[in-house]
Structures are given as C-alpha cells and as structure tokens.
Design a binder for this molecule. Structure first.
Ligand code: MG
Length: 253
C-alpha cells in the first residue's frame, strides 16, 4: 500500500500543474482593442542627461547663479545666503529661505554639502533641513562618523522616522536627495483626510519608503497636523552651519 503512495502523490501534483499550465496558456477570444486606450496621450518630456539633471518639465529653483525664486523667511526680502561656486550657502543668522511659489505633491531633486572642516557634533554638525510645504522636515546633517539620535539623523523625517540606512558621504562631498512627496489632505472642517507621505533616495539609496508623516515637525513634543493650503512654499533651514545647496529642481505632480 505504502509503495503506491508516492506515485499517487506525483500523479496528483502533475495533474494540478497541467491544469494550471492550461489555464495560463488557453487562448482568449474577443477583441484585444477593448482593453487599449489612446487618449489622453502621455505628455512627452525630455529627461536630463543624468538622473541629477532637470528634465524639461521641471521648475529649476536654483541653477547655481540665480536665487530669485527664493525669499528670506525673516522678512520676506531677498535671500541673504551666499552664492559661491554655483552653490547657495547658508549664511548663519540670516534665517531660513523659502520659495516664492507654493508646491504640493511633487518630485524634488536637491544636492547638498556639509562643510569639509568638521566642527561640532551630533545635531551641531552640518545641520540644515528641507521643509516640504514649509512644515515637514527632511533632515540635512553631517552624519559621517557622527552619532546622533536615529530619528534626527540625515534623511530622517525629523523627530519622526529614521532613514532605512545611513547612506551619508564624507563631509565636504556633494550628496543628493531625490524625493517623492504626497501632500496631506484636509476635510473642509480642517480635520485630517490623509497624512503626507514621503519617499526619499539618499545618494541613490532608498531611505524612506512611502513613509507616513505624522504631522508638522516639532522640536519638542509630538507632531500634529494643522490644516493648511494645498500649495505651500518649500523651505531650507538656517541652523547656523554653512551647508551648501545646488541643482535644485522640482516637478509638481
Ligand atoms: Mg535640521
């Protein structure tokens, strides 16, 4: 009796496999055109020569020379950060800067460099930040051989979610963030309909994978949502360290 068992099992397996194979390869009848659609046609753009270059439909926020798309957060006037060697460099004490235009859902590319001369430690070393909608901070920090709290290190959603890995380059080297941001949505009564979400590649490495943002960044206490407009300015932080930025472009989605 036992002798026949493996054979029965084998035959059963083959039968199930054959049925599966038949189901997959059985020809379908009907009109293939019923599952095609041609309109609207997909918009044609020209990609950059490299992944860092702005594609043709991006808004270039800083091209190495012109900071006119930004204003001071202190007084709304001209940006008082320095433009040096094609980079926009934080001038300590002049305050953060923000775009004149507002943005919601977007793809953002931004390059940043912390000072080659290492000074300070933990949060005091090469600190700046990218504030999506002026409220949700993606941390910029020199985290090369610099331990700090995990949810405050480079590529963290500050005081919320640490990056999946620390993909930091050495101080003085240019680094990239490629960001996909989905803005939060609010009901008419101001209550939260859906939280913001963010995906980030740091130097090409996935570090935030469709991460939920729990509210506006708070230094002290828990984050919370306050209703705001669908489009809000993008901001860069003056945390007192001369962090440089270049090649900043955005694609509203
Ligand atoms: Mg910061």
């Amino acid at each position: 009796m036992n002798y026949h068992l493996p054979r029965i099992a084998l035959v059963s397996c083959l039968s199930i496999f054959s049925i599966g194979l038949f189901a997959q390869t059985a020809p379908r009848t009907g009109d293939a055109k019923l599952t095609e659609y041609w309109d609207p046609q997909v918009r044609i753009i020209t990609p950059g020569k490299t992944a860092s270059d702005a594609p043709s439909d991006a808004i270039v926020l800083f091209d190495g020379k012109d900071a006119s798309k930004w204003k001071s957060q202190k007084d709304g006037g001209e940006v008082r950060w320095k433009i040096e060697d094609g980079a926009l460099v934080v001038a300590r004490g002049t305050g953060g800067i923000q775009t004149r235009e507002g943005f919601g859902d977007c793809q953002l590319h931004i390059e940043w460099r912390t000072p080659a001369k290492v000074e300070g430690e933990s949060q005091g070393r090469g600190n700046s930040g990218i504030f999506l909608m002026g409220k949700y901070e993606l941390q910029v920090l020199d985290n090369y051989n610099n331990r700090t709290y995990s949810n405050g290190q480079a590529a963290s959603i500050y005081k919320q979610t640490p990056p999946l890995v620390n993909a930091s380059r050495k101080p003085g080297e240019w680094q990239t963030y490629d960001i996909l941001f989905t803005a939060p949505q609010f009901y008419a009564d101001g209550s939260l309909k859906s939280p913001a979400r963010i995906t980030v590649f740091h130097n090409g490495v996935l570090v935030q994978n469709n991460t939920t943002i729990w509210g506006a960044t708070q230094y002290i206490g828990t984050p919370n949502y306050e209703p705001h407009g669908a489009l809000e300015p993008l901001a860069l932080q003056d945390h007192g360290n001369p962090v440089a930025f270049r090649n900043i472009w955005i694609r509203p989605l």
